[in-house]
Ligand binder design. Structure first.
Ligand code: 6PG
Length: 239
């Protein structure tokens, strides 16, 4: 994996403050040259502190939300108001407090009979917004699970090798919860984005981080090693 920089913090709250600063300054930089900016958000617990900082009174004025379009990197195949839904937790933790137009929110709809149909519908949504081909996001926020997955790209999944489709369905993971099917963007999308911020917290992940970031370790053990974005910044809270 390619890493532009790796920033380590003693606690999730210190990390969240740094993520907020980096997020705001990067988006403002893009918005200085483009009318709108596109961001892919992930689920999981690690970005939640940053999400809630984003909507704190004062911070909520830092960005022109009407020029920011939010998409989801992955979603669990549950209803969007289910506690396990990534869009649902983003809505609870910050979206409901932000003045962002509803038309700027692009959740992965799960109102389909199968995850495959939901994945195909989201591909179509991306095609309508970005045009043909693999979409190029300005920024993607990713997490990493304790099995080394990122997005919903789990160890040994055929989705790891997807190189044509932007979004696919994946079966329930074996090692992490919730064990429900997922809909996920793929590595071609992650690796083309303008910037990737990988946000991780937890002592139990440090071994994987150490393995993945050591250039001597050439054996592919964890999906996170397949991130090949030139502008990857890894935010690491040690606990
Ligand atoms: C999901 C994710 C996933 C997440 C990691 C890390 O829907 O589960 O998007 O890739 O980012 O599992 O999650 P934690 O931060 O909770 O460990």
């Amino acid at each position: 994996m390619k890493i532009r920089s790796m920033l380590k913090f003693d606690s999730p709250s210190e990390m969240s403050v740094a993520v907020l600063g980096a997020f705001v300054s990067y988006l403002l930089g893009v918005l200085a040259v483009k009318e709108t900016v596109t961001v892919g958000l992930s689920g999981g617990s690690s970005p939640l502190g940053f999400y809630s900082l984003l909507s704190k009174p004062g911070n909520d004025q830092l960005l022109p939300w009407n020029r920011i379009h939010l998409f989801w990197v992955d979603e669990r195949f549950v209803q969007l108001d289910h506690p396990d839904s990534n869009f649902g937790s983003a809505r609870e933790s910050f979206l409901q407090d932000l003045k962002i137009p509803l038309t700027n929110l692009h959740p992965i709809s799960t109102a389909y009979s199968t995850p495959e149909e939901a994945a195909s519908a989201y591909r179509e949504k991306l095609r309508q917004f970005f045009g043909e081909g693999i979409p190029v996001f300005d920024l993607m926020l990713l997490g990493m699970g304790k099995d080394g997955h990122t997005a919903s790209l789990f160890p040994r999944s055929p989705a790891l090798r997807e190189n044509a489709l932007s979004v696919v369905a994946t079966p329930p993971p074996r090692l992490v919860t919730p064990k429900v099917p997922r809909i996920t963007m793929t590595f071609p999308v992650i690796n083309r984005a303008g910037k990737v911020m990988l946000i991780t917290s937890g002592e139990e992940k440090q071994n994987i981080i150490n393995y993945a970031t050591n250039p001597e370790n050439v054996r592919l053990k964890y999906p996170v090693q397949m991130i090949a974005n030139e502008n990857l910044v890894w935010f690491i809270s040690q606990i």
